[in-house]
Ligand binder design. Structure first.
Ligand code: AP5
Ligand code: MG
Length: 213
């Protein structure tokens, strides 16, 4: 299956994509994660992307389209993938359509969340420094305090762009650059929207229902 998860920063795309990856055996392709890995490894792309990401703006379409195109050619994508955070502009949506050629998307799912909830979700987010499992100070704590449920590590980290100032910019950029994609996929009769304000498991069940139909 080829699935796109759309939604504002903090809407829960990564959380849901990780669970879908486990359930369906197809990879989560998160451009945010790929770019953060490039920044960490100080690659040419990472050096270009760092300041843009820290400010909450979008990395250039050329760079992002190229990394997605390369990633989709990896063998683990042969049965499909879950796109998380891509496409994010109309140009990226056109580029994706070109990459897919005759292959169709199975679902484009928008997770809708109030702006206030976005800020709360992002402010409390952290991840396991070892395996990347995502957590939240209030909404998703590890079963045993300070120990990752998945890998047992006690090292956690927070993203540098998860601060009040950058979140506002990311939301602004979302409405200006990414929200037009809702109309784009609606025009192709592919868009399904779900209320993302419920608990993680409630949102998960709504996505499962869409994918089952
Ligand atoms: P990216 O990493 O994609 O960030 P984002 O879109 O801002 O989205 P987030 O990762 O912040 O949110 P999410 O929806 O994944 O939420 P999560 O599941 O973690 O991009 C970062 C930057 O990279 C961009 O700003 C840009 O610079 C660049 N970039 C990336 N892709 C690009 C592209 N295509 N083009 C150009 N530039 C690009 O959940 C958030 C928190 O809430 C977690 O703590 C989680 O536990 C919690 N939570 C999740 N669901 C629920 C729920 N239902 N109830 C309560 N809490 C919940
Ligand atoms: Mg994410």
């Amino acid at each position: 299956m080829k699935i796109i998860l759309l939604g504002a920063p903090g809407a829960g795309k990564g959380t849901q994509a990780k669970m879908l990856q486990e359930k369906m055996g197809i990879p989560q392709l998160s451009t945010g994660d790929m770019l953060r890995a490039a920044v960490k490894n100080k690659t040419e792309i990472g050096l270009k992307a760092k300041a843009v990401m820290d400010s909450g703006n979008l990395v250039s379409d050329d760079i992002v389209n190229a990394i997605v195109k390369d990633r989709m050619q990896e063998p683990d994508c042969k049965n499909g993938f879950i796109l998380d955070g891509y496409p994010r502009t109309l140009d990226q949506a056109d580029a994706l359509s070109e990459m897919l050629g005759d292959e169709k998307l199975d679902a484009v799912i928008e997770i809708t969340v109030d702006d206030e909830a976005v800020v709360e979700r992002i402010a409390g987010r952290y991840t396991c420094g070892s395996c990347g499992e995502g957590y939240h100070d209030t909404f998703k704590k590890p079963a045993k305090a300070d120990v990752c449920d998945k890998c047992g590590s006690s090292e956690f980290k927070r993203r540098p762009d998860d601060n009040a100032k950058t979140v506002k910019e990311r939301l602004f950029v979302y409405y200006k650059e990414t929200a037009p994609l809702l109309g784009y996929y609606h025009a192709f009769r592919q868009l399904k929207s779900i209320d993302g304000m419920g608990d993680i498991d409630v949102v998960k069940a709504k996505i499962a229902e869409i994918l089952a139909n």
